[in-house]
Design a protein around this ligand. Structure first.
Ligand SMILES: Nc1nc(=O)c2c([nH]1)NC[C@@H]1CN(c3ccc(C(=O)N[C@@H](CCC(=O)O)C(=O)O)cc3)C=[N+]21
Ligand SMILES: [Mg+2]
Length: 307
C-alpha cells in the first residue's frame, strides 16, 4: 500500500522552500494607509473614528490582545475606549454597556473580546451591538449580508486572510480552496469570501472522514482549527498556498514560550509554494483589519451608504 505522496513523485526539487507570506509587513503597510485615511477623514469631517473594546474577566492572553488593539488604534490616529469588566459581570450589565456604546456618537466601532466567561451568552451580546458598529462582523446581520453577497462588515481574521491571498494570487477563479475548521469566527466566513472570489470551496470539520486526502486536493489550504500542528507536510499539494490561522502558545523545555500554528511549519515549508508563518502571518492582519473596519464603519455612519 502506497500513499498518494509516495505514488505521485513531487515535482519540487529536494531543496525546495516555500516563499513566506509576510503578514506582518502587509499589516504594517495597511495600518500606514489607514492612518493617512483617518487624517483625511478628520480633515473633512472634524471627527475622529472611535473604537470601544470590551473585555470581561482577566484572561492574561486576552489582556495582551486588547492592549495591543488599543496601542495600534492610537497609532492609527483613532480613539480607543477600553472597558475592562470583572469576571462577575452579569449578562444584563454587559448588555447595558453595549446599549450605552451603541448610543454614543463618539464610538463608531464596538468589539467584545471573545471568549466570554461562562454564563455570558456571546451570541446575545454580539447581536446587541448595532450592525453598523459591529466591527468584528460577527452579528447575524453582518453574517447574513456576507452570506448573500451584500455589502457589510466582514470579520477581521477572514478579511486579513483574503487580503493576503489576493495580494499573493490575484485572480482566484476556479482554484480549489479547502478550509479546515468551520467556526463562525473564521472558517465559515472565510469559505464564503473564497466562494465570492470564484473558488471551488470545500470545508473540512470535525466529522470529515479523510481531511488529509481533501487537503491534498487544495490549491489554497486554510487551516483554522486551534489544533496545533494538525496539518503535516504530506497533507499539502506541492506548490499550494497555505494560510495558517492557528496560534497556540507553548512552553519550550527551557521554560520559554513559543507560538505555533495549526500547520507543522518545518514540514509544510518543504512542500507548499507559499505559506504564512506563525507568528508574523495572519495574526497581525487581524488587528490591521479591525482598524480598517473601524474606519469603514465611521465612514458609513458619517458619510452614509456607498462611502
Ligand atoms: N471579538 C474578538 N475578535 C477577535 O478578533 C479576537 C477575539 N475576540 N478573541 C481572541 C482572538 C485572537 N485574535 C488575535 C489577534 C492578533 C493576533 C496577533 O497579533 N498575533 C501575532 C503574535 C502576537 C503574540 O506574540 O502573542 C502574530 O501572529 O504574529 C493574534 C490573535 C483576535 N481575536
Ligand atoms: Mg500569525
Amino acid at each position: 500500500m502506497t500513499g498518494p505522496m509516495s505514488s505521485t513523485p513531487s515535482p519540487l526539487p529536494s531543496d525546495h522552500r516555500a516563499s513566506l507570506i509576510d503578514g506582518k509587513a502587509f499589516a504594517t503597510a495597511l495600518r500606514q494607509t489607514i492612518r493617512q485615511d483617518v487624517q483625511d477623514f478628520r480633515a473633512r469631517h472634524g471627527i475622529t473614528p472611535g473604537l470601544a473594546v470590551v473585555l470581561v474577566g482577566n484572561d492574561p492572553a486576552s489582556e495582551v490582545y486588547v492592549r495591543n488593539k488599543a496601542i495600534q488604534t492610537h497609532h492609527a490616529g483613532m480613539r480607543s475606549f477600553m472597558h475592562m469588566l470583572p469576571e462577575s459581570t452579569s449578562e444584563q450589565e454587559l448588555l447595558n454597556l453595549v446599549e450605552r456604546l451603541n448610543k454614543d456618537p463618539e464610538i463608531h466601532g464596538i468589539l467584545v473580546q471573545l471568549p466570554l466567561p461562562g454564563g455570558l451568552d456571546a451570541g446575545r451580546v454580539t447581536n446587541a451591538i448595532l450592525p453598523e458598529k459591529d466591527v468584528d462582523g460577527l452579528g447575524v446581520v453582518n453574517a447574513g449580508r456576507l452570506a448573500v453577497n451584500q455589502p457589510g462588515i466582514v470579520p477581521c481574521t477572514p478579511l486579513g486572510c483574503l487580503m493576503l491571498l489576493r495580494d499573493q494570487l490575484g485572480d482566484m477563479t476556479g482554484l480549489h480552496a479547502v478550509v479546515i475548521g468551520c467556526s463562525n469566527l473564521v472558517g465559515k466566513p472565510l469559505a464564503l469570501l473564497l466562494l465570492a472570489e470564484g473558488c471551488t470551496v470545500s470545508i473540512a470539520h470535525i466529522h470529515t472522514r479523510d481531511t488529509a486526502a481533501l487537503a491534498r486536493e487544495a490549491d489554497i489550504l486554510v487551516v483554522a482549527t486551534g489544533s496545533r500542528e494538525l496539518v503535516r507536510g504530506d497533507w499539502i499539494k506541492p506548490g499550494a498556498t497555505v494560510i495558517d490561522v492557528g496560534i497556540t502558545r507553548m512552553q519550550t523545555p527551557e521554560g520559554k514560550s513559543r507560538l505555533v500554528g495549526d500547520v507543522a511549519f518545518d514540514e509544510a515549508v518543504k512542500v507548499a509554494g507559499r505559506i504564512t508563518p506563525v507568528p508574523g502571518g495572519v495574526g497581525p492582519m487581524t488587528i490591521a483589519c479591525l482598524l480598517n473596519n473601524t474606519l469603514a464603519a465611521a465612514r458609513m455612519q458619517v458619510e452614509g451608504a456607498g462611502a
